[in-house]
Design a binder for this molecule. Structure first.
Ligand SMILES: Cc1cc2nc3c(=O)[nH]c(=O)nc-3n(C[C@H](O)[C@H](O)[C@H](O)COP(=O)(O)OP(=O)(O)OC[C@H]3O[C@@H](n4cnc5c(N)ncnc54)[C@H](O)[C@@H]3O)c2cc1C
Ligand code: FES
Length: 242
């Protein structure tokens, strides 16, 4: 983990209530897809954890959805503004070299899948991606995702792609799941873990410190309590107790 000051390069609306922000500066501590960063916001005591969407040694992209006061404030941040950020947090995804993985994202859970898909493309493997959202407006960065993955889209209201949830979409398209990586709403992850054992889940939890010191983000697993910020956010699908 490293505490760095990053400068906002851009902060753009990509769909209703969803923004893509590029931060530049020393991001050398970010090593893996699926890690997260923890951003200090002016006038807010607790930092806001946000997944790494894409990164290099000197930049990190984040994709965030407006949820409450903190993310609302972030929408007003302008290029040139500097933010105090903890980078290199969490375990990230374990890349498996001999498989064609299926990435499964629900809503803003698409964020960590961008860099993960890039990592597989670099290995010469084109992953499947099942991407579900409530409605058409909640699906973002489709052109980028089409370049990187075999993309299957679904919406709860049927306004775009398959009408139904991610699991129905997997079944309807006969997608063979060798191994899956998932990130999204709790109920989606729970259903995936029940239906498919060979994969991993990226979880969210309310966080205090964000780096393992306060135990505030502990969850129950088959191997005892684990911290989402330190042993996670990525867990084996078989070990999470819902
Ligand atoms: C590991 C991790 C990765 C995440 N990645 C993303 C991402 O890529 N994009 C994105 O839009 N959101 C992501 N989230 C959720 C994001 O942290 C919350 O949406 C955000 O903190 C809400 O802040 P707020 O001030 O707008 O909301 P408020 O409700 O005003 O926040 C109040 C407090 O609750 C916490 N909180 C509220 N909702 C959540 C939540 N869902 N998860 C964790 N803490 C929460 C806030 O951090 C803050 O401390 C992630 C969360 C975690 C734990
Ligand atoms: S947030 Fe403090 S231990 Fe995870």
């Amino acid at each position: 983990m490293k505490n760095v000051i990053l400068e906002i390069k851009s902060n753009v609306l990509v769909s209703k209530d969803i923004f893509l922000m590029r931060l530049v500066g020393d991001c050398s501590e970010i090593k893996n897809s699926g890690e997260f960063i923890n951003i200090k916001l002016p006038n807010k005591y607790l930092r806001r954890p946000i997944s790494v969407c894409d990164y290099s040694e000197n930049h990190v992209d984040i994709l965030y959805k407006v949820l409450g006061l903190g993310t609302k404030d972030m929408t007003n941040f302008t290029p040139g503004m500097k933010l105090d950020v903890l980078v290199g947090l969490g375990n990230g995804f374990d890349i498996k070299k001999d498989i064609t993985p299926t990435l499964i994202a629900g809503g803003i859970g698409i964020a960590p899948m961008i860099n993960l898909a890039k990592k597989y493309n670099e290995l010469g493997i084109r992953p499947n991606l099942v991407y579900g959202a409530r409605s058409k407006d909640d699906l973002v960065l489709i052109e980028v995702l089409e370049e990187l993955t075999n993309l299957y889209l679904c919406t709860d209201d049927g306004s775009f792609g398959y009408h139904g949830n991610a699991i129905d979409c997997i079944k309807a398209n006969n997608i063979e799941i060798e191994y899956y990586y998932s990130c999204g709403p709790y109920r989606m992850l729970e259903a995936l873990a029940k239906n498919y054992k060979n994969g991993c889940l990226s979880l969210e939890a309310r966080m205090g410190c964000g780096f393992g010191a306060c135990m505030g983000c502990s969850i129950e697993t088959t191997n005892g309590p684990k911290r989402v910020c330190k042993e996670g956010p990525v867990f084996d699908a078989r070990e999470v107790i819902f």
